[in-house]
Write a protein that binds this ligand. Structure first.
Ligand code: ATP
Ligand code: MG
Length: 572
């Protein structure tokens, strides 16, 4: 491809409304153009990277036994009513009407359409398992579309769905998908970790998210550098509370005057005790009434863990207005002794420990020496707190790390949620109807490409991993004199003929402009042909990542470049 025939629109200025580096660089490099909030045109260069990633994803999905199809973006509302997501999905679901006033949605995901497809086509256990995928445009009316392709409203996703007659079969496909994802991110040279993810209220099934580690990531990822345990912050656990607690001698329950000490830190200072020796009382409002949660004073309650344990949809801090009525104590002085709260949960960090300092359910009063069983009933024990950096890994005990990550893929054992709701059934060996067991597997194409830039760039622009670079090599002619153009064209032709994906910057521009553009777009390799070195029978080449210039005769440099590209193409 020649630059002069191509469509490249680089910008010198940083776009004002871009907030992360990948978005700035993709806009400046002329890869994407914003059309409306969260809606982009993929310009030719951007489309190339997208299509290269798609090819890798197809390759790995096919290899893992998934079969490609393409479902419609526009889906009839009836299917969404069947799954009940018409009511439940909320404002992210773009609802539209056709000319007959019939309701449709622009698909944010395709469980309904695929389940409808498979229930029609599959009757017998003999036809299972089935694993189908597509690469397709989704629309989610995100509250805050931002970060360019990372959180768009219209975005490209690879989504796969599998159907099974047994959990063993689902487990096998799930593993194959997990492996395929690892291979995809590995091939894109992305520094990533698979982490255990929260499965929400659907229950017991497994879920993993694939996180690309980057400062700009919206998620916190807990990982163990020793055994590769990884989990979302909402899900991560640690061995922190596994130690046998020290035996203790019960002290007497004692009311302590603690005037003006509403926060746990105030209480700690006032009593001259570390917050780890105090009990923090959290009170939440849920659709089933208020719930009290006790955690160690120096730890944080984890709302997702609490919500999952309770199996509720709504969990909010109890408002001041409702507080006294629900607990029998004022805000800031609430505790388990004599509380009106019917449900009291306590974090495992407190189990087996006694003589707690807790709120006294009376203004300016705390209680010391409070003990389970004697002063208040046995609470419901569980893991209700968030892991901290340095906590021991739940598997191997090594110190845990916490990093920022970008969720690029998500695999999920769905179970029978959709097949029950939509009657997606098969006949088993005994001729009995059974709901199919499902899995679903999403991978954000645009988000993955953007995350590669987040991980690999410098002050001058993008540094593409070879497998998803828009072009592998740029050949730059310096000046337009005939000898230079002839030699540069020759290099370009030879590389092209060797199957290299090469762009020829044949523009009549100053070398400085050409180099700046090449650095910004981030072609992994550059070959420059100029009059000066050509006079010595040489051309110049360099890697984008270090820009160290090397000289050589074209007949040596060309095969060397070919070898380098081939070696870097599959960066496994
Ligand atoms: P998030 O928590 O980031 O909103 P999600 O849990 O809604 O993601 P899934 O429904 O699991 O995402 O979708 C599968 C994949 O699609 C995600 O892992 C991500 O890579 C991609 N994705 C989801 N939402 C967006 C978006 N708004 N823009 C770009 N990619 C997205
Ligand atoms: Mg989302």
């Amino acid at each position: 491809m020649r630059w002069t025939q191509y469509f490249i629109t680089t910008l010198r200025e940083v776009p004002a409304d871009a907030d992360v580096i990948s978005q700035k660089l993709m806009m400046r490099a002329g890869m994407i153009r914003k059309v409306a909030a969260g809606i982009y045109t993929y310009l030719p260069l951007g489309l190339r990277s997208i299509q290269k990633l798609e090819a890798i994803v197809r390759d790995e999905m096919n290899r893992a036994g998934s079969v490609e199809l393409l479902m419609p973006a526009i889906q009839p509302a009836e299917l969404w009513m069947e799954s009940q997501r018409w009511q439940k999905y909320g404002k992210e679901l773009l609802r539209i009407k056709d000319r007959h006033d019939r309701d449709f949605v622009f698909g944010p995901t395709h469980e309904e359409v695929i389940t409808d497809t498979v229930r029609d086509a599959v009757n017998s256990y003999r036809q299972l398992p089935v694993n189908l995928y597509q690469i397709q445009m989704k629309f989610r009316d995100e509250v805050r579309p931002r970060f360019g392709l990372m959180r768009g409203r219209e975005f490209i996703m690879k989504d796969a769905y599998s159907f099974h007659s047994s959990t063993e079969s689902l487990d096998k496909t799930y593993e194959a998908m997990r492996d395929a994802y690892t291979r995809v991110f590995h091939r894109c040279a992305l520094d990533h970790v698979p982490v255990e993810a929260d499965t929400g209220n659907i229950g017991g099934s497994a879920s993993h998210e694939f996180m690309v580690l980057a400062q700009s990531g919206e998620d916190a990822v807990v990982s163990c550098p020793n055994c590769r345990y990884g989990a979302n912050l909402e899900k991560a656990t640690s061995k922190f509370f596994d130690d046998e607690p020290e035996p203790f001698v019960s002290e007497e329950l004692l009311a302590i005057d603690t005037p003006g000490t509403q926060s746990i830190d105030d209480v700690g200072k006032f009593l001259n005790k570390p917050t780890s020796e105090l009990v923090k009382t959290l009170v939440f409002d849920t659709e089933n009434g208020p719930v009290m949660v006790l955690v160690r004073g120096d730890r944080e309650g984890n709302e997702i863990k609490i919500k999952n344990y309770l199996g509720v949809n709504m969990l909010e801090m109890l408002s001041d207005a409702k507080f006294e009525d629900a607990t029998g104590g004022p805000v800031g002085y609430c505790g388990p002794v004599g509380t009106k709260c019917k449900r009291v949960l306590a974090d495992n960090s407190l189990k087996g420990r006694g003589n707690w300092v807790v709120g006294g359910n009376k203004k300016d009063t705390h209680l010391g020496g409070a003990n389970v069983g004697r002063n208040f009933p046995e609470p419901e024990w569980g893991d209700f707190t968030t892991v901290f950096v340095g906590d021991p890994c739940p598997r191997c005990g090594h110190q845990l790390e916490i990093h920022r990550g970008i969720e690029v893929g998500h695999i999920f054992k769905l179970g029978t949620k959709y097949s029950d709701a939509m009657h997606c059934e098969y006949l088993d060996e005994k001729g009995e109807r059974q709901p199919m067991i499902m899995g679903c597997y999403g991978l954000g194409i645009g988000r993955t490409v953007a995350s590669a830039i987040e991980q690999s760039h410098d002050a001058d622009g993008i540094i593409w991993p070879m497998p998803i670079a828009p072009f592998e090599v740029v050949v730059t002619s310096l000046g337009r004199d005939e000898a230079v153009m002839t030699a540069a064209t020759d290099v370009y032709d030879k590389l092209r003929n060797a199957g290299i994906d090469v762009l020829f910057d044949d523009r009549d521009e100053r070398p400085g402009v050409k180099f700046k553009d090449a650095d910004l777009i981030g072609f992994p390799l550059r070959v420059a042909v100029g009059a000066k070195s050509l006079a010595n029978g040489q051309i110049e080449w360099s890697w984008r990542k270090d820009k160290a210039k090397q000289l050589g005769a074209p007949e040596d440099v060309i095969p060397q470049i070919v070898d380098l590209v081939l070696a870097a193409r599959v960066s496994l």
